[in-house]
Design a binder for this molecule. Structure first.
Ligand code: OFO
Length: 172
């Protein structure tokens, strides 16, 4: 059985994951209309992953005797100054998500909820991977800057990253 405090904290995380999914969906759309198919596909995949993260939380809360609450979401940015800016936002957002997961883990220790603590370890590991990927991409795009040829090659390369990342995501 979930303590109220844990249930509320997990429900807040549902909102964080759902908003992440929307943010990345908006990024996918912007990349698509800008003609960067590889980036668009990468962001669609990221958006789907975030929805999976949200669903895992929904199922966990309901299975543990709580009630997963689906809330309204903040509207994401739909346009960006540049791809550099967009990937900087992605990177910064993942750092925020990691902080949010860390806070949740902290609450489970305070409340001595070891089952939820154990469940959250998957998210801790996932965030390490996502932060690393966001950093790798940001480093690359910062090197490219506004160079059109570089962006063209980057658009092709990022599809490889998509393959590696989805291959290493455990399916549950
Ligand atoms: Fe990338 O945020 Fe979910 O966990």
């Amino acid at each position: 059985m979930l303590a109220k405090k844990i249930e509320t904290a997990l429900n807040n995380q549902i909102t964080v994951e759902a908003e992440s999914s929307q943010i990345y969906l908006a990024m996918a759309c912007w990349a698509e209309v800008k003609g960067l198919e590889g980036v668009a596909q990468f962001m669609y995949d990221q958006s789907n992953e975030e929805r999976e993260h949200m669903l895992k939380l929904v199922k966990f809360i309901n299975e543990r005797g709580g009630h997963a609450k689906i809330s309204a979401l903040k509207a994401p940015n739909v346009t960006f100054g540049s791809f550099q800016e967009m990937f900087q936002m992605l990177h910064d957002h993942e750092i925020l998500v990691s902080e949010s997961i860390n806070n949740l883990v902290h609450i489970t220790l305070e409340e001595k909820d070891y089952a939820t603590h154990n469940f959250l370890q998957w998210y801790v590991a996932e965030q390490i991977e996502e932060e690393a990927m966001a950093r790798t991409i940001l480093d690359k795009i910062n090197l490219i800057g506004d160079d059109k040829g570089g962006l063209y090659l980057f658009d092709r390369d990022i599809q490889q990253l998509t393959v590696t990342s989805s291959a290493s995501t455990p399916d549950e």
